[in-house]
Ligand binder design. Structure first.
Ligand code: 6R9
Length: 645
């Protein structure tokens, strides 16, 4: 099979990487034979106020369900990311910030400077009454202050909840209220790809629906004129009067570090909770192993800090490891398709880590924009967020990397804290499109619909059978939902929601979600969320949303909409509904196709048969399967006849 073509570890990588194939196998075995000893040893990567004496203490069974790691350890995340590096590398650059507009000067912060900025920010938060355990919502563009804000919360033990700047005021308000957060940190405006995002105005609109909100700290980022209300505080003014001395709060390893909302197959987005010790260890361990980080390398994860990838691989992993991390304000293809590679040359980037959707959009523009740059510094490539199609993989490998750089395809989730299944550049032969093998300490299992364990080469539902330090600990405010969502489909196992194939070499190939979660441009989107946004529109009676294949986004959003009687379908109404969803959730949720349907295919018990809707959206109208159990089989003919292509 063409997709089975093997790309062996380049000789130089095999010789020089921290972990080679034998090393990987030895680590994998060690983590399995004595997990406590293995993880207590790995925990030495971090600096502890009090070192832990226990590693994992967990059960996925209902009777004694619970997950903890290093529970008697005490540490502070910001101290690990900053203070402990000061003696050795205080003058080394910690963050390189590349602005949206290429003509502007980048900014650089050494570890000593970053330490000062974080302490200052922490003192501003304290002066506003923020205390250990309080929730702080962060709604910022990719500016250095975003890094300061996350680390400032960690320093004083406040729990941050970052909301992606592309989310609407409604979505923001829901997330502020869900975790009862009293303070929001935002900016006047954001910039991305030459466009402005009215962040402060969005916070003002959200405030009307978020009674818990008391204060808003506003960073002057673009200098745009924004109205200031009683609750608003300019950061630069508040920062004038505080000291830059702020001792880190000693935190228990199991104290919460952050909440990050993510979409599930049902209901509102869930507040995924990560804790202090286990998460930071996972961020540090995976950043070190997967990217073979060496002092001096410039590491660039191109994700926004609004997603988990930005948390783990822009901020926490690299800074815990004393790395130089690049933070980019803009978009991969603006002002043109060579921007990423220009940034690589400008900052002599060693590792670039991005999403397949970005690669597909650049690949469309041909090789010339890549070849116009040198990329001589580039030694390692990474992908994350969705399965990478072998064509994009080869383009990345052959054209961008000129064949010399391994690609680490990292499979993981908001829930997992960091990478779980992925190659190590010095250890794993690669197959384009496969996330390859589990990291040491990770035990994947494939099961069929009935939960029967599948051995050897097989396709099934991907579960993980043992806890790892970076695992989420709960859904904020709803521990029962945590258990129900992840541990009841296949009792005793963590169910990822992904389908997966394992080949005869033991390589894992993620095939995508098997639940009602879409992956649009590497962003998770619950079909239920888009449906509830649509039915809020006064003319809409019912909506069903499914995924459809999309060249660049991976998946597009296909919405079937039934109107209230008396309403007429039109292109204008379709445009209005798209706008409506943008307003309710944000631009990333805007449907790519809207089909007005007089009826939806339902079983006699009233359940929408999504299988049929998916097939129609995919254009596979020849293979709809059995429709005889439908209450009214004739609706299918209408749906097929009026399919939007
Ligand atoms: C990190 C992140 C998680 C879902 C996950 C899966 C998909 C992520 C992938 C991948 C294939 C990869 N996914 N990485 N699928 N290969 N390398 O993306 O977290 O936003 O929570 O999404 O993304 O379907 O279940 P999150």
């Amino acid at each position: 099979m063409a997709d089975q073509q093997l790309y062996p570890v380049p000789a130089q990588w095999a010789a020089e990487a921290k972990v080679d194939q034998t090393g990987y196998e030895a680590m994998y075995a060690a983590a399995g034979s004595d997990p406590d000893a293995f993880w207590l040893d790995q925990a030495k990567r971090l600096q502890w106020v009090r070192a832990p004496t226990v590693a994992g203490d967990w059960s996925f069974d209902e009777a004694d369900f619970g997950i903890s790691w290093f529970k008697d350890g005490v540490l502070n995340v910001a101290a690990n990311c900053l203070d402990r590096h000061l003696a050795e590398r205080g003058d080394q650059v910690a963050i390189i910030w590349e602005p949206d507009v290429p003509e502007e000067e980048p900014k650089r912060f050494t570890y000593a400077e970053l330490h000062r900025e974080v302490c200052r920010f922490a003192n501003v938060l304290k002066a506003q009454g923020v205390r250990k355990g309080d929730r702080v919502t962060i709604y910022l563009p990719m500016i250095p202050e975003a890094a300061f804000a996350l680390l400032a919360c960690a320093r004083i033990g406040a729990i941050h909840s970052v909301v992606f700047g592309g989310f609407s005021p409604d979505a923001l308000a829901g997330r502020i209220e869900d975790c009862d957060s009293k303070l929001v940190i935002t900016a006047d405006c954001g910039r991305r790809g030459g466009k402005r995002i009215a962040l402060k105005a969005n916070v003002d609109a959200a405030a009307a629906q978020a009674p818990s909100l008391e204060k808003v700290i506003v960073i002057k980022a673009t200098g745009d004129d924004v109205p200031m209300h009683d609750r608003d505080i300019w950061y630069h003014q508040a920062a004038e009067s505080v000291s830059t001395d702020c001792p880190p709060e000693p935190m228990n390893a199991e104290d919460p570090l952050f909440i990050l909302y993510t979409s599930g197959s049902t209901g509102k987005p869930k507040g995924v909770l990560h804790t202090t010790g286990g998460y930071l260890l996972w961020a540090s361990y995976t950043h070190d192993l997967v990217f073979d980080y060496r002092p001096g390398n410039v590491f660039w994860c191109a994700a926004d800090v609004g997603w988990v990838t930005g948390h783990t691989y822009v901020i926490y992993g690299p800074l815990a490891n004393g790395a130089t991390t690049l933070m980019y304000e803009g978009l991969p293809n603006w002002p043109d398709a060579s921007r990423i590679w220009q940034v690589v040359d400008r900052h002599q980037v060693h590792t670039v880590f991005t999403a397949p959707t970005a690669l597909r959009s650049l690949m469309k523009e041909g090789d010339a924009p890549v070849k116009a740059t040198s990329r001589v510094s580039l030694k390692l490539l990474g992908t994350v967020g969705e399965p990478i199609n072998p064509e994009a993989w080869r383009w990345y490998h052959d054209v961008v990397g000129e064949g010399r750089s391994p690609i680490v395809d990292t499979w993981w989730q908001t829930e997992t804290g960091g990478a779980l299944i992925c190659p190590l550049p010095g250890a794993t032969d690669l197959k384009p499109g496969s996330a390859t093998k589990p990291l040491p300490g990770i035990y994947p299992q494939l099961v069929d619909e009935n939960g029967a364990v599948l051995e050897g080469a097989a396709s099934g539902n991907l579960c993980i059978t043992a806890s790892w330090p970076g695992q989420m600990r709960t859904v904020w405010g709803d521990h029962e939902r945590f258990f129900q969502t992840y541990f009841t489909t296949y009792p005793g196992k963590y169910f990822t929601g992904d389908g997966c194939r394992r080949d005869e070499d033991g390589y894992y190939w993620i095939t995508g979600r098997v639940d009602d979660v879409l992956n649009v441009s590497g962003h998770r989107m619950g079909t239920a969320e888009v449906e509830s946004a649509l039915v809020l529109h006064p003319k809409v009676a019912e909506a069903a949303v499914v995924g459809m294949p999309h060249d660049v986004k991976g998946q597009g959003i296909y919405a079937y909409v039934t109107l209230n009687s008396g309403e007429t379908a039109s292109d204008d109404l379709a445009a209005e509904l798209r706008q409506w969803v943008r307003k309710e959730i944000g631009p990333i949720a805007s449907p790519d196709a809207i089909q007005f349907a007089p009826g939806l295919p339902k079983t006699r018990s009233g359940k929408i048969m999504r299988r049929i809707l998916r097939k129609i959206a995919e254009g596979e109208v020849e293979s709809l399967g059995d429709t005889s159990t439908l209450a009214d089989p004739s609706v299918v003919d209408d749906l097929v006849a009026n399919r939007v292509s």
